[in-house]
Design a protein around this ligand. Sequence first.
Ligand SMILES: [Zn+2]
Length: 223
Amino acid sequence: MLSGTCAFCGNQTHFTARTGRRGDTDAEKDHRNFYRYLIEISATCDACQRFNSASGRSRFANRTFNRGHILSAAEAVNEGEAMDIDSWSPPAMRPVDTAFIPDGVAGYFKEAHDAFSIAAYRGVLLLVRSVVEATAKDRGITDGTLVQKINKLDEDGHIRSGTREMAHALRILGNDTAHGDIGDVPTQEDADDALTIARFVLDDVYVADARRADMLERRRPAE
Ligand SMILES: [Zn+2]
């Protein structure tokens, strides 16, 4: 099945292969003299019809394609439905819920997720730092280092102390990157943790109370 997450509409969906290309690397041959190729399949999303491309390995089959061969629509369907997909282009953007978060802060948070989607993990850490900086500024905290701002957010009752401890872990994660010292490249796990911490900060500061108020308002008995 040629299925995945559409980069444009975000649906987890099937794609219809339209064309494709055999890559320039060597083919693999099995004991039956069947060939497997690196292929790229361009396909339209069944939900929104936009083009996405899947890269990966074809099945072993009794047919030959020259390097760079452009697949017909029928070949693309045959190959695409049976291929092992390694990656999609554009990459599916990580979805992010920014309800109740002010635009100025949400923009950093959204871009931090986009950076994660393209494995730009230094960017994730820098943008998550910016999320915290912008949140502090929004709450009137503009002086001091990032760690002092995090402490002040806690002292002023905007975040829970557990969140403060997490945010301090983030400061350590992001510190090298912020100062241009990239000897220690953050891992996917570092970046994922940073997004989690940002989520906690934003939930504490903006989302939890707003969601409660929103629900209570909707549940209020009619007068
Ligand atoms: Zn789509």
